[in-house]
Design a protein around this ligand. Sequence first.
Ligand code: THU
Length: 140
Amino acid sequence: MTHDRDALIAAAKAAQAQAYAPYSNFHVGAALGFTDGSVVTAANTENASYGLTLCAETNAVAQAMSEGRRGGLEAVAVVGGTRGEPGPVVTPCGRCRQVLNELAQLGGTDPVIWCAGADEVLELQLSALLPYAFGPANLG
Ligand code: THU
């Protein structure tokens, strides 16, 4: 494992500060850790047309893929809370699990997901969050 758990959570928290969430007031930050040691972060981006909201994890994957990354996803940290205050752990929503799976499966990894709350960190593999995933390998 290239990435330190607490460092990746700290990167997610730093990204959380950039959340644009005037409608839900729920600020989320995500950090993607890659096997080469690099980190890509993002926050959630809401929209006046509420359904167009983009989650932090999805934004982070889009950012990473826009930089040309096609795998190497080793670890993910997610933090969320109302007005950015620490609270219960936030696990990636269903859509984000599928989006994370795309990048993970391209590189054949099963990233660990660190979901950080005020008092605990829930550690799960993506394969546990999204069992029997459909991905690019199915279309091969
Ligand atoms: N949100 C995320 O960014 N990631 C998740 O995994 C769960 C939800 C955002 C979307 C919306 O801006 C706010 O949290 C409330 O749902």
